[in-house]
Write a protein that binds this ligand. Structure first.
Ligand SMILES: NC(=O)C1=CN([C@@H]2O[C@H](COP(=O)(O)OP(=O)(O)OC[C@H]3O[C@@H](n4cnc5c(N)ncnc54)[C@H](OP(=O)(O)O)[C@@H]3O)[C@@H](O)[C@H]2O)C=CC1
Ligand SMILES: CC(=O)N[C@@H](CCC(=O)OP(=O)(O)O)C(=O)O
Length: 345
């Protein structure tokens, strides 16, 4: 059994990790931390876990994480970088759901996250945890930088077209919407019910930290410098993310060949569903599951390709993706413990 520790067990991605890992056949939940809830049985806070998780939260300074085989950090930016060096030195693998190790350029990280990086020596070693694009590196990694939720949709949507050299890389547009759980469980005015329900708005239009993350990864995977305009929106739903991606074709290609390109790219990826050309994927078709669904469109047969991508921000956009990485790191089938079907309605 893989002994798992979770730092940040009281947040949304933390409890989502618990939901997935409590029934994972190869995992033994070993330590779950909370600074505020030391000693509280996990199932007292989350009754959905009654009967499946019998551990109590322990404060991060008391939890012996060095006895774990892997530790997930479901914490704000800056926490994993403080603890990863000691854990790695003790032979513990680390999966960070925050952004501490996502950007290879330290100055770019510090500019966007406004904190100094305290473990720069680990940045190069960290492997970006997007299995569909770098399974082999993940399998060999000790330290995973789990992608942001929006970047997962943008990368899986744009990469096939960029790799095939079919689109103008200098002008990619991503119009994305997230459910409110994307902002986490902490109290904030913008996520109060009376602020975010029955309301719809864009944010971060002038610049969002997921733009440098996505641009850097797209450049890394495709060898092309990209120009990306990314606009996130907050939609009045709890879970779910919808990305509408636009790219201009630079070569003649018919719809069937475009579709075939995506089907071929993701033929070995169990968690990417390439829907029939012209489909309209719905966020609820991914709710609670690790599946990302996408569909291609070509309005009026013109030279703009529209890629619609949906996922559950807490599963494929965060905790499910992290478990997918863990499976690869421990030589398991990538889908172990991740076969949940989306909840409808
Ligand atoms: N929500 C989402 O859809 C996604 C989130 N992410 C990223 O995942 C990470 C977690 O997000 P999310 O679960 O939404 O956040 P939440 O705000 O819901 O939870 C944060 C958790 O971290 C703990 N925590 C906070 N500060 C510290 C600290 N200094 N040391 C130890 N523990 C701490 C909190 O617990 P306590 O106060 O009890 O200690 C809490 O359990 C973030 O970096 C986020 O950006 C990534 C992709 C998607
Ligand atoms: C709706 C909402 O607020 N979403 C978050 C992104 C969540 C995420 O992916 O987080 P990290 O990259 O920070 O890990 C945001 O836009 O800041």
């Amino acid at each position: 059994m893989i002994k798992v520790g979770i730092v940040g067990g009281t947040g949304y991605t933390g409890v989502e990790l618990l939901r997935l890992l409590a029934v994972h056949p190869d995992v033994q939940l070993t330590a779950i931390t909370s600074r505020k809830e030391d000693g509280l049985p996990v199932a007292d806070m989350f009754p959905s876990l009654r009967g499946v998780v019998d551990l109590a939260f322990s404060s991060p300074d008391k939890a012996d994480l060095s006895q774990c085989d892997v530790v997930f950090f479901a914490t704000p930016h800056g926490v994993a970088m403080a603890q990863a060096p000691a854990l790695l030195a003790a032979g513990v693998k680390v999966i960070d759901l925050a952004a501490d190790f996502r950007l290879k350029d330290q100055a770019t990280f510090e500019k966007w996250y406004k904190i100094p990086h305290t473990a720069p020596e680990l940045i190069e070693e960290a492997v970006y945890g997007l299995p569909e694009l770098n399974r082999e590196d993940i399998a060999k990694a000790r330290l995973i930088a789990n992608p942001g939720c929006y970047p997962t949709t943008m990368q899986l949507g744009f990469v096939p077209l960029l790799k095939a050299g079919l689109i103008d890389a200098s002008h990619l547009i991503a119009d994305c919407k997230s459910g409110v759980s994307g902002a986490g469980r902490k109290a904030e005015i913008g996520t109060l019910f009376s602020e975010s329900s029955d309301n719809f708005k864009a944010y971060g239009v002038h610049g969002h930290r997921h733009t440098p993350e996505t641009s850097a990864q797209l450049a890394r995977y495709t060898g092309q410098k990209v120009g990306l305009i990314f606009t996130p929106h907050l939609v009045p739903m709890i879970r779910g993310m919808h990305a509408t991606l636009y790219a201009r074709l630079t070569q003649a290609i018919d719809d069937a060949a475009l579709q075939a390109l995506f089907e071929e790219t993701y033929k070995d990826s169990q968690f990417v569903d390439v829907m029939p050309f012209g489909s309209h994927p719905e966020t609820r078709s991914t709710r609670g599951s690790n599946m990302l669904r996408l569909a291609l469109h070509r309005p009026e047969g013109g030279d703009t390709v529209v890629i619609l991508v949906v996922q559950d921000n807490l599963v494929k956009g965060a905790s499910g993706q992290a478990v997918q990485c863990m499976n690869l790191m421990f030589g398991l089938d990538e889908a172990t413990g991740l076969k949940q079907i989306a909840l409808l309605p």
